[in-house]
Ligand binder design. Structure first.
Ligand SMILES: [Zn+2]
Length: 291
């Protein structure tokens, strides 16, 4: 199947109160895992690439990996830029066949955010590429952008309505209490479902929840058991995610969970197979040497 845009999968999700998962990748292995899981579940999937992932793996390499894997599938796949910070990066991604881009100018004053978002929307829509924008600020770390807890701002529903209408973006990321990274809540996890309800009432386009990893104990324990130190990592519990989806969220962004699972799997394998160097890492036919 050819790649699709957010507009092919999210409006239906919004209408029928379910959400599509957006999962970050920066390499072949995580991409394979995302695609295998989506295929098993027969579910559409959004594969998200951040600017840091592009710096690490190269835009053409990542784009080609995803396009090659996706074209053999029956499920719809969106190739999406996550937290694009400039017009140039959005343009570059579109050049390399991304079908969707996020422009995150939420660090800028409202008017500048709107101006840059409009510019990207105009360019992207001419090329049949969808655009996600962001209003409000999440705490935590996303690539090189660090936002302290006190600087995080909940999305204002009326402002969100105006922003969505003016910018003509296809999906809007909002801030209702999640944060990026593995340490989302110091105390009891809470989301401002009341604010979400107001936003969903005002904004009719699909809404996006960033920082939505569950940070499940099972995976954190695996990392720690095999030499990692994840401390008091805490994510968004399933019941809060379900409440968010019921109240208007149609795209759920997950990055941290994949990194934790990947790290845990690699750590466990290496500890349990100390003599096995090629092992499952691509050279399965080679004899493992006895060290
Ligand atoms: Zn994010």
């Amino acid at each position: 199947m050819v790649l699709v845009t957010l507009n092919d999968v999210l409006p239906r999700a919004r209408r029928y109160h379910y959400a599509i998962g957006a999962f970050n990748t920066s390499n072949l292995e995580i991409t394979q895992a995302i695609i295998e899981a989506a295929e098993d579940l027969n579910a559409p999937v959004i594969i998200a690439i951040s600017e840091k992932a592009i710096k690490y793996a190269g835009i053409e390499n990542l784009s080609q990996i995803i396009i090659n894997l996706a074209k053999k599938l029956k499920i719809p796949v969106v190739l999406h830029l996550d937290h694009g910070s400039s017009f140039d990066i959005a343009q570059e991604c579109i050049k390399y066949n991304f079908t969707s881009v996020m422009i995150d100018a939420s660090r800028l004053p409202y008017n500048e955010n709107l101006k840059l978002t409009k510019q990207v929307v105009k360019y992207a829509h001419k090329r049949n590429v969808s655009v996600e924008a962001e209003i409000g600020r999440l705490a935590g770390i996303e690539d090189d952008i660090k936002v302290k807890k006190g600087e995080a701002i909940y999305t204002d529903p009326k402002q969100a309505k105006f922003f969505a209408q003016e910018s003509e973006c296809d999906a809007l990321a909002i801030a209702i209490g999640t944060s990026h990274g593995a340490y989302k809540f110091k105390a009891k996890p809470e989301l401002r479902i009341d604010i979400l309800q107001e936003i969903a009432h005002e904004v009719k386009i699909p809404l996006v929840l960033h920082g939505a990893s569950g940070v499940k104990k099972k995976w954190v324990n695996q990392v720690n058991q095999f030499g990692g130190r994840l401390g008091h990592a805490q994510g968004v519990p399933d019941n809060l995610l379900i409440a968010a989806i019921k109240n208007g969220i149609s795209k759920i962004n997950v990055d941290t969970d994949l990194r934790i699972a990947f790290t845990g799997g690699v750590r466990e394998y290496l500890v349990k197979n100390r003599k096995d160097w090629p092992g499952t890492f691509g050279c399965g036919d080679l004899q493992s040497p006895v060290l």
